[in-house]
Design a protein around this ligand. Structure first.
Ligand code: UDX
Length: 460
């Protein structure tokens, strides 16, 4: 960095694991480039300052204590957050502007709309960090276009599997919201607000140009004056300490050490997705019957309505699987995926998980749940061709096609079939491509250089 005075960047994450992680990773990258970093965060799901001594932490009193922050009430929780964080954030920025250090900009998750309001008032530049792919953001444009042409909601469910015209590989069922239902105005307003970059000076993407280039180009065409910086995969661009909000069970690493290379399927549905008890039990039976070794993250909140999902596993499960399977509450996922014993990932296709898997050349079984996961799953299975999709809501009542059987077959296909080997080969090729993007002259490396120059230019 060529400026003499230190330059500070303030980062404001949306307080959920899949969003906090990339923001902290971005902080680490920018810190390694010489910037001072402040993380302005809600008290709810606060990151642990002791793990990141290089950052300054600014807690924002969100008044969410006792508030329902579950997925089903999330719009209300976001509204409370945005209302309550505005004044303390403004007070803090005003204080900072009087200090010796230059304040270059605030980088924020676009769900935290209060940032734009405050920054505009104070004349401080902002940038948005996109924690998903451009393909997912582009799917919103498709959805709004279909709504404008009154092509949504679909008349009935039979069209859900049809490909959206000129939008391969996406089907109507992959759109961000249920294509058969009227979308409530509050939800549409939220989506509009989320996709809007407002007064941002630039957009930073945790994606890789090679993986996401067509959607990136489409979105850039819509905002030609706003520079895009696709600098992913963030977790590989700078070494980061753990960003987990939940304690990691590291014992699984020595268990993996005892397994043969490429033999274990790692199973995790991320930090937010929930399933019902029937699916949990079918997963258990399918994994057991696959006869492949597996490491399964059964997060306490994985089962809707309880905080002890493990308690609902079949009674004989441990006995049946013996040492072939291991169940943990939360794993050091990046290390797990990088372990030579892991040969496949049964995932909900959250973008962090997908990218972490791609970076280790691990092919996937896709069980998307919501948000960007359906779009990610389509790209994994139909564009990058490094995974297979597991249909959950399959109405076929044939006993040989029940979920348990489909899981058993999917695991075997991924782990021991020729088709699985082909996917593994492509996943390794993709890993190499992503590594190239991070080398000097590679797309992400160049983009990061431009981003550093751009942030410095904002501080003048
Ligand atoms: C949410 C949305 O579900 C996702 O679709 C969106 O892309 C980001 O926000 P989440 O469900 O948390 O994310 O999934 P994901 O994006 O995959 O992030 C999960 C993170 O938790 C990953 O970084 C993963 O490494 C970590 N993790 C998960 C662990 O460290 N241990 C685990 O046991 C499971």
């Amino acid at each position: 960095m060529k400026t003499k005075r230190k330059v500070r960047v303030v980062l404001v994450p949306y307080p959920f694991q899949g969003h906090i992680t990339p923001m902290l990773q971005l902080g680490t990258i920018l810190h390694s480039k010489g910037f001072s970093i402040t993380i302005a965060h809600t008290n709810f799901n606060s990151p642990l300052p002791s793990i990141h001594p290089q950052f300054t932490f600014l807690p924002l009193p969100d008044k969410l204590d006792g508030f329902d922050t579950s997925f089903y009430n999330i719009l209300n929780a976001v509204s409370v957050m945005n209302t309550n964080c505005e004044a303390p954030f403004e007070e803090y920025l005003v204080g900072m502007m009087e200090e010796e250090e230059l304040l270059a900009c605030v980088i924020y998750d676009s769900i935290m709309t209060f940032v734009d309001v405050v920054a505009l008032r104070l004349g401080i530049p902002t940038m948005v960090l996109r924690t998903t792919t451009a393909a997912y953001m582009h799917s919103h444009i498709l959805m709004f276009r279909l709504l404008a042409h009154k092509l949504l909601p679909l008349p009935d469910e039979s069209q859900l599997h049809a490909t959206i015209p000129k939008a391969y590989p996406l089907r109507f069922k992959d759109l961000p919201l249920d294509a058969t239902k009227e979308i409530p105005k509050a939800v549409l307003d939220f989506i509009h607000s989320y996709t809007d970059i407002r007064s941002s000076s630039g957009v930073i993407w945790n994606t890789v140009d090679k993986l996401d280039s067509w959607p990136l180009q489409q979105l850039q065409r819509n905002s030609p004056a706003v520079p895009f910086f696709p600098i992913g995969p963030l977790h590989k661009m700078a070494p980061t300490s753990t960003t987990s909000l939940i304690e990691e069970d590291t014992n699984c690493m020595s268990w993996l050490d005892r397994k043969a290379p490429n033999s274990v399927v790692y199973v995790s549905l991320g930090s937010l997705a929930t399933i019902d008890e029937k699916e949990l039990i079918e997963m258990a039976r399918g994994l057991a019957k696959s006869e492949q070794p597996f490491l399964w993250v059964v997060r306490p909140s994985l089962l809707s309505g309880t905080d002890d999902a493990m308690g609902s596993l079949p009674e004989d499960f441990k006995e049946v699987i013996g040492d072939r399977g291991l169940v943990v509450k939360w794993a050091p996922q990046k290390k797990v995926l990088a372990h030579p014993a892991v040969g496949g990932f049964f995932t909900h296709c959250g973008w962090n998980s997908s990218l972490e898997s791609i970076c280790e050349g691990v092919p996937l079984i896709c069980r998307p749940c919501f948000a960007d996961q359906t779009v990610n799953a389509r790209y994994i299975t139909h564009v990058w061709k490094i995974g297979i999709e597991l249909e959950i809501n399959n109405n076929n009542s044939n006993k040989n096609n029940c979920l348990e059987k489909r899981i058993e077959r999917a695991v075997r296909t991924l782990m021991v079939s020729e088709q699985g080997k082909e996917m593994k080969k492509r996943a390794i090729e993709m890993k190499v491509e992503v590594e190239r993007s991070m080398e000097i002259g590679g797309s992400s490396c160049q983009s990061l250089d431009h981003l550093v120059e751009f942030i410095i230019s904002l501080s003048r």
